[in-house]
Design a protein around this ligand. Structure first.
Ligand SMILES: Nc1ncnc2c1ncn2[C@@H]1O[C@H](COP(=O)(O)OP(=O)(O)OP(=O)(O)O)[C@@H](O)[C@H]1O
Ligand SMILES: [Mg+2]
Length: 249
């Protein structure tokens, strides 16, 4: 293989590759052969109506649900059904729909749970905390407040900030703007842009089509457990027939 071909090959190896995933809950067949890729540093949108299997796709990648068929490959290695904490250590962060912050722990304690992973020096811990406090000044203001007392938007920020503590290569982000006020939505949108500029890849599940098209380089549209459409985000507009058809807006 020539050097150029090898370089192209490496570039073509996605950070995460999902291949023909089938997932069941009991007897309900939810994912019907999902395949998608996320490149290093790429923001990829995953759109679809309620109940099409977006969250199940993320849960299957994260090892929270075992697929009956298909595989997940990360940096060229099969990781299908690996334990979530191992995947987190390998650089895959997951921010679920329900955010799952520790309600009784303070903001600072929540963030520290992402820093307790062995080989992080004190200096690096301080740098990481400084970084998220720059991104999310409100979390600095509320550092001693219990997580459960934060507003919905602040809890979302805390969940993303905690994921950032893991220094992930990719964040699986499930509907980060759901139920948030417009001002909070734009802040989340800005943070996605900032993470992208830092080279963090994001698989972004959203129902907010304009935000997803603006934040992503590519988008997949799902319906009934299948990917029905795949496009560059720059090729799609909110009013396109394909968006109307699958998202009905
Ligand atoms: N734990 C579960 N047990 C049984 N069925 C489930 C479970 N979780 C989800 N489902 C079903 O699987 C289907 C896909 O759910 P999923 O949460 O992946 O959809 P989604 O695209 O994320 O929807 P939403 O936009 O509402 O979050 C739905 O019909 C849902 O009712
Ligand atoms: Mg969901």
């Amino acid at each position: 293989m020539s050097a150029t071909a090898a370089a192209t090959e490496i570039q073509n190896t996605p950070l995460i590759g999902v291949e023909d995933l089938h997932t069941f809950y009991g007897k309900s067949h939810i994912l019907h052969g999902i395949s998608l890729k996320v490149g290093a540093g790429e923001v990829v949108g995953l759109l679809g109506r309620n109940g099409v299997g977006k969250s199940t796709t993320l849960k299957t990648i994260m090892g929270l649900v075992r697929p009956s068929q298909g595989r997940v490959v990360y940096q060229g290695y099969p990781i299908t059904s690996m334990a979530p904490h191992k995947l987190a250590r390998m650089g895959i962060a997951y921010v679920p729909e329900d955010r799952r912050i520790f309600r009784l722990l303070t903001v600072m304690e929540n963030l520290r749970t992402g820093l307790d992973r062995g080989n992080v020096t004190d200096a690096r811990k301080r740098e990481l905390l400084d970084k998220v406090f720059t991104y999310f000044p409100v979390l600095a203001e509320r550092r001693d407040q219990a997580g459960g007392t934060l507003s919905g938007g602040e809890q979302q920020m805390l969940a993303i900030a905690r994921a950032m503590m893991l220094e992930p290569k990719i964040i699986l982000l499930d509907e980060p703007t759901e139920g948030l006020m417009p001002r909070m939505v734009s802040q989340i949108s800005e943070i996605i842009g900032a993470l992208h500029r830092e080279g963090v890849a994001i698989l972004l599940v959203e129902q907010n089509v304009p935000l997803t098209l603006a934040a992503s380089q590519r988008v997949y549209i799902m319906e009934k457990g299948e990917v029905r459409h795949h496009a560059l985000a720059s090729e799609l507009k909110v009013g396109d027939p394909v968006i109307q058809q699958y998202l009905g807006i």
